[in-house]
Design a protein around this ligand. Sequence first.
Ligand code: FES
Length: 135
Amino acid sequence: MPGSPSLPNRRTVLAVGGGAAAAALVAACGSSPTATTTTVAKGAELAAVSDIPDGGALVVDQVVLARTGDTVTAHSGICTHQGCAVVAAQSGDEVDCPCHGSRYTASTGAVLQGPATAPLPEVQVTVKNGTVLQG
Ligand code: FES
């Protein structure tokens, strides 16, 4: 967005249909007892930007929110291995899957450690007035 300020309000952060991808993953891996779907409605509040640790991650409603300064990224919180819900690591730009040990970079969704081989799909969010909204 040329000319847009770097402030988080009214800034669309990322775009891709992560919810649909997560639902497809769960459908493919539905036998896992911890498999779940992302069901947050478009426009639903996920978190205040200030609740996301700078340089770290927060998982809310199965959406991984990562922040670096004013930049917020969002990815599905459903592990691409067999559909378990990932959790934020104790610190830093990382989320981990408690089921089989996959690790991801929170801000990009990239796999750091398998068995997962596919990255976490991006999720579309919007930052408005310091709040991260789904969609
Ligand atoms: S379901 Fe996440 S590592 Fe297997």
